[in-house]
Write a protein that binds this ligand. Structure first.
Ligand SMILES: [Zn+2]
Length: 322
């Protein structure tokens, strides 16, 4: 019993001893392992922290670089946009005198007008755009006025051949307003160049006005009728060509034309636009109204040129980055 007990005790002791012996070893081992692990963890964490730090620095550097590049790019883009705008304005408004400073002012005004599209009425937006385009084309002091009448067909706008009025139809969508306004004013500029070029081209312009009775030139047509009747009465045997030539010498007609087109003289046409004006004169001889011959109308140089002008401005102003 004792032995057994002893043995048992011994066994127990043995196991106990073993466990006492083993336990510290195991504990130490565990302690060492855990210390190593902790040290490893500490080492890893330190490495990770350093790595994270490096990453953060790299990210900050990238961000800083991106910001600097962004600022430089934005600055360059703004400069590029102003240069592009100046070139477009000079081409579309046929005014080589437009400076960089004036370009910036024009962009700013267009920007404010564009805001009106969202915030103000259609009429106010159209009026503001009309005044801006009118001034940009150099017509600020001309009697040319804006009307809102129904069109003959599906057109968005028309310019009277005597530059008396620009009509915007209810068909014209708001997002086509800049394009249409520029298109119609470009026609006004074309009319002005043709009228100023020579007596012959002025005569042809008068013929066209007489021919296109339904274009918005009532006042001028009435004046032409009065003057024409007086001439016919005085020279009953003369043909229509001579009557119109004589009408062109009448002070009432001259005053009316000068009022709408400036002092009639080829000196009003800068040298660089001479060739362009000659092309306009030729194109106007072949001009057809859309209801007469749509293809001829669409492909006529005067229409192609006006469409090109309208598109250039609306594309430029679609997004203003400054
Ligand atoms: Zn047109």
């Amino acid at each position: 019993m004792f032995q057994i007990n002893n043995c048992q005790t011994s066994n127990i002791t043995f196991f106990g001893k073993n466990s006492r012996i083993v336990a510290p070893v195991d504990f130490r081992a565990r302690q060492t392992n855990s210390l190593e692990k902790t040290q490893n963890m500490d080492t890893l964490t330190l490495a990770e922290v350093q790595h994270k730090k490096k990453k953060r620095i790299a990210l900050l550097c990238t961000l800083a670089l991106a910001s600097i590049t962004g600022i430089l790019f934005a600055k360059n883009y703004k400069t590029h946009y102003v240069k592009k705008a100046q070139k477009t304005f000079q081409e579309v408004f046929l005014r080589k005198d437009i400076s960089e400073e004036e370009t910036v002012q024009m962009i700013e005004r267009y920007k404010n007008i564009k805001k009106m599209k969202r915030k103000d009425s259609r009429e106010n937006y159209t009026k503001a755009l009309f005044e801006e385009t009118k001034a940009n084309f150099g017509f600020k002091d001309r009697p040319l006025k804006l009307t809102f009448e129904e069109g003959r067909g599906k057109e968005y706008g028309t310019m009277a051949l005597d530059n008396s009025k620009l009509n915007i139809t209810p068909n014209c969508p708001l997002n086509r307003m800049i394009n249409t306004m520029t298109h119609e004013f470009r026609h006004a500029k074309q009319h002005e160049l043709v009228i100023n070029y020579s007596t012959e081209s002025r005569l042809e312009a008068l013929f066209l006005i007489m021919k296109q009775k339904n274009r918005n030139t009532e006042e001028f047509r009435k004046l032409l009728d009065i003057v024409g009747d007086e001439i016919i009465e005085k020279y009953p045997k003369e043909n229509s060509d001579t009557i119109l030539r004589k009408a062109l010498e009448d002070t009432r007609i001259t005053r009316y034309l000068e009022n709408n087109f400036g002092k009639l003289s080829p000196d009003n046409i800068p040298k660089e636009y001479e060739e362009y004006t000659q092309k306009l004169i030729e194109a106007r001889k072949k001009y057809k109204l859309p209801e007469e011959d749509f293809d001829a109308y669409w492909n006529n140089f005067t229409e192609q040129d006006a469409r090109n002008a309208g598109q250039k401005i609306s594309r430029l102003l679609w997004f203003i980055p400054i």
